[in-house]
Ligand binder design. Structure first.
Ligand code: ADP
Length: 857
């Protein structure tokens, strides 16, 4: 290897580096580019050869042996894979292990085309030693702390038993009539002291349980107002004694729920209130107030008491810390326990205070998901009417003659501050109320004493004043054909009696606004957008009744430009889009099918543009070839909403509204979890992927492989093959199974290809092969139901993707800001939840699928 004389400068630089720099050529020649080789590897630079280096003994960071062939430099040389800061140990029998951090990179600068790797190595032995010392010290400290906690916990238990005896007998004496006054006072002293001791022991016990991880909280949705009122009632006598006034400044008309363990939340509040009274002045005040901040509720307990200096208030959360000279009784444990409990429930606590003026202790607690999600990305967004005080107000009218049904609905709606309920017991009375009051939605019993429900509906729709009111049919009749017939007449929804409260509220909510099904299980979205954007859950999108009205007035039109229409996925998307557009008063003027041909899609877009729609929803077949057509559309002012893919060069917020996808990453994780569960967490598996640069399928594959690698170490992926057409599933699996006889499972990234894999395994007699896949085609669903070869899948919910796309188009037309990347949560499908999953995926009643499955049995 020659070094160009002009590169003398580089040579100088190389000499001044603390790392050693080596070029390793494929032919085996090694060249040291500076003198540090001796310092770092203990080999003189002119003696550096492959055989010298390969004789050294290497270990991985965990101490296990590392073969020479797996050194980063060698892998870079063989496979061209670069490495950064890869830690390797070199064992020296005399001086111990020397730790090295290695970077290696394929070298492409060679004129002769010979492959080589550029390797830099630094000695990090000192750093490693320091790390070890710190880790050791930390472990020792943790051990000592655990021993202390364990001791405290045992001691407390031992103390509680005799104390219970003392308190129990003292209480018996308390009610003994034969005692004189002085003896009675003595008993009170014993009781007072005993109770104080018991609360101290309980606190210590809690604190040590937190330290040893034994204290478990049971988090649920709790109403803050109720718990605060309870706590105030408990401490009121204490406050009265000191003439302290407690102001509860929480808005009484608002319900605010937080996620907390109710018993522990009470403990926190009682402790803070107790302190606020204890360390207060005569005639002082205690204020309780709260507000929402990002994803949390923040609760303040402020007082006008003695206050704390900065130095003091930085220490008050340390166990057993008490301020010098404090006259009040106490142990110094209360606040440290409060802090730990708040943290255990996912919150934080702080204090601000001023000596002589007062203190303000405040802590945060997470909000329940729906409220949090709704607030998450847009302040002005209305919340779920059931939970959020900020939401719009709706007037409902229930026309029903049965008194007990009326009472039930009245009770259900009583807790819903967003709804006012009017009731009528006959069709005539109902029509009158609908005409004269401002009603948003009517719940209409179909069997009324005077006029049949269908007739009432007809009269409502023919009257100018009542035509736009949404109507939900309420009936004891649950036969599918009757429900279909009623919906066919134009009713907005149908509820069967007896009502399921959660579904009833969801139906009302979904009729009044446009959202995706709020009953979809919520999970954190793991996928990121095509440009790395953070995903916003589609569950947070919604259009209010007011929004819907505004949209309906405009008579907008939309076009749907599909890549393909002849599968369940596309059909469900189109269905979700059409239903939601219909609700928004938006007419769908055309649905085109590009038959997976980008040239046809470009022509489709041009034809669509000639019709001047306000909205185009599309899945671009190829981001590059279709970019021009979509660019033209964007420039013409059409609102563009994309499924899964974005044409090159288009910018969110400027050229298009949003892109909607499934949580493909999350679905890949589910496919891996199911695979692992069904294999008993061990075995060799293969992966069949889609061999094209398609963003969504890649995310599923990455997620699957990463999850197996990181979460299931006893499962090895030993075979990988790609397909270009999903119809090749059988052929590819045939080859894979014949090469790897010990294969226990195969993940196939597409359900259609998984069907091919299934056929192949059957033909090969491999009836215990575990196949997991994506989505829920009918054949895959039937196979899952039969406990056949396909055991489960991570599925998209295309119907709801369609709903989300339509809502986003609505956002754009209303001028509301829309998130750039929206995803519908992932769904884990196995035999156990197959029918519910089917309903969520296609928004279709699963009874037909069920009949089909039963028929096959
Ligand atoms: P205790 O009240 O049993 O001493 P805590 O852990 O509850 O234990 O409080 C620790 C110390 O913090 C108290 O001793 C007191 O000096 C100070 N402190 C707590 N709350 C307040 C408050 N609201 N105002 C002033 N000082 C307070």
């Amino acid at each position: 290897m020659e070094i160009n004389p002009k590169e003398n400068l580089y040579k100088e630089v190389l000499q001044t580096m603390s790392e050693c720099v080596i070029i390793h050529e494929k032919s085996g020649i090694m060249i040291a580019l500076n003198e540090n080789v001796e310092k770092v590897l203990g080999i003189k630079s002119d003696l550096l050869t492959e055989s010298n280096v390969s004789q050294l003994e290497y270990v991985k960071e965990d101490g296990s042996p590392l073969p020479y062939s797996e050194l980063p430099g060698i892998i870079t040389l063989e496979k061209g894979i670069p490495f950064y800061n890869y830690v390797v140990g070199v064992i020296d029998p005399e001086t111990g292990t020397k730790w090295l951090s290695i970077n290696s990179k394929p070298l492409n600068m060679r004129k002769d085309g010979e492959q080589a790797a550029l390797i830099t190595i630094s000695d990090i032995t000192e750093r490693k030693k320091m790390e070890q010392t710190i880790i050791h010290a930390k472990e020792e400290a943790e051990k000592a702390n655990l021993a202390k906690s364990d001791f405290l916990s045992k001691m407390s238990h031992e103390l509680r038993t005799p104390l219970n005896g003392i308190l129990g007998f003292a209480q018996l004496l308390e009610i003994d009539d034969s005692l004189n006054d002085e003896q009675r006072d003595f008993v009170q002293e014993i009781l007072g002291g005993g109770r104080h001791l018991l609360s101290l022991i309980n606190d210590i016990l809690d604190l040590s349980r937190i330290d040893t991880g034994q204290l478990k909280v049971s988090i649920q949705e709790v109403d803050l107002q109720t718990i605060i009122t309870e706590c105030i009632n408990i401490v009121q006598p204490l406050a009265k004694k000191k003439r302290i006034h407690i102001h509860n400044q929480l808005d009484q008309s608002q319900t605010m729920s937080v996620l907390a363990d109710p018993i522990r939340l009470k403990q926190i509040l009682l402790n803070l209130l107790d302190n606020a009274i204890k360390y207060n002045q005569e005639d002082g005040k205690v204020m309780i107030f709260s507000y929402l901040k990002r994803n949390d509720a923040v609760i303040h307990i402020a007082d006008t008491g003695i206050g704390l200096s900065v130095e003091e208030y930085q220490k008050v959360f340390v166990p057993f810390y008490r301020i010098k000279g404090t006259q009040e009784e106490g142990t110094g444990i209360g606040l440290s326990l409060v802090k730990q409990l708040v943290q255990l429930m996912g919150g934080r606590i702080s204090v601000t205070s001023q000596k002589g003026i007062g203190s303000d202790f405040y802590f945060s607690l997470p909000l329940p998901y729906d409220l949090k999600a709704a607030m998450h990305w847009e302040e002005e967004m209305i919340g779920l009417p059931t939970k959020n005080g900020k939401s719009e107000h709706y007037c409902l009218l229930y026309i029903e003659d049965n008194q007990s049904n009326l009472n039930l609905v009245k009770n259900i709606l009583k807790s819903q501050s967003s709804y006012t309920l009017l009731t009528a017991q006959s069709g005539k009375e109902g029509l009158e109320l609908a005409r004269t009051k401002k009603v948003d939605l009517i719940l209409l019993d179909l069997n009324l004493p005077d006029i049949h429900g269908f007739e009432v509906f007809k009269l409502l729709k023919t009257n100018e004043n009542t035509r736009d009111i949404a109507v939900i049919a309420v009936s004891a009749n649950a036969l599918p054909q009757d429900i279909q017939q009623t919906l066919g007449k134009g009713f907005d929804n149908y509820v069967t009696k007896p009502v399921n409260v959660k579904e009833f509220l969801t139906t009302i909510y979904e009729t009044l606004t446009s959202t995706i099904n709020q009953n979809i299980p919520e999970h954190k979205i793991l996928s990121t957008g095509p440009n790395g954007e953070e995903a916003i859950s589609a569950k947070t999108l919604q259009l209010s009744l007011k929004d819907l009205k505004k949209l309906r007035e405009k008579n907008y039109t939309a076009a749907i430009a599909m890549h393909y229409t002849r599968n369940n996925w596309a059909r469900a998307q189109i269905e979700g889009l059409k239903t939601t557009f219909n609700k928004m008063g938006i007419r769908v003027i055309t649905v085109t099918d590009a038959e997976l041909n980008w040239e046809k899609q470009v022509a489709d877009i041009q034809k669509i543009l000639a019709k001047k729609p306000d909205i185009i929803v599309s899945l671009p077949i190829d981001p590059l070839s279709t970019a021009g057509a979509f660019q033209t559309a964007a420039q013409s002012g059409v609102k563009l909403v994309f499924m899964d893919n974005i044409p090159y060069g288009l910018k969110a917020g400027k050229d298009y509204v949003s892109v909607v996808s499934a949580d493909n990453y999350g679905n890949g994780v589910y496919a891996a979890d199911i695979m692992a569960e069904k294999l008993g967490f061990k075995g060799k598996i293969g992966v069949i992927y889609y061999d094209a640069n398609f963003f969504v399928t890649k995310q599923r594959l990455t997620a699957f492989e990463k999850t197996i690698r990181e979460s299931y170490p006893d499962i090895q992926i030993i075979a990988r093959s790609g397909f270009t057409s999903p119809n090749d599933g059988k052929e590819i699996t045939d080859a894979m199974l014949s090469q790897h006889l010990d294969l226990k499972g195969i993940f196939v990234v597409w359900d259609l290809a998984a069907e091919g894999a299934m056929a192949s395994a059957r033909a090969a007699g491999k009836h215990d092969l575990v196949i997991t896949t994506m989505d829920l085609g009918t054949n895959a669903a039937v196979e899952i139901a039969k406990d056949g070869l396909i055991k489960g899948s991570g599925s998209q919910m295309p119907y709801h993707q369609g709903v989300a796309e339509a809502i986003l188009a609505g956002y754009a037309l209303l001028g509301k800001p829309a998130p750039a990347y929206v995803a519908v949560p992932a769904l884990k499908v196995t035999k156990e939840n197959l029918l519910e999953a089917w309903k969520l995926v296609y928004n279709q009643d699963p009874s037909e699928l069920n009949r089909y499955i039963n028929h096959l049995k």
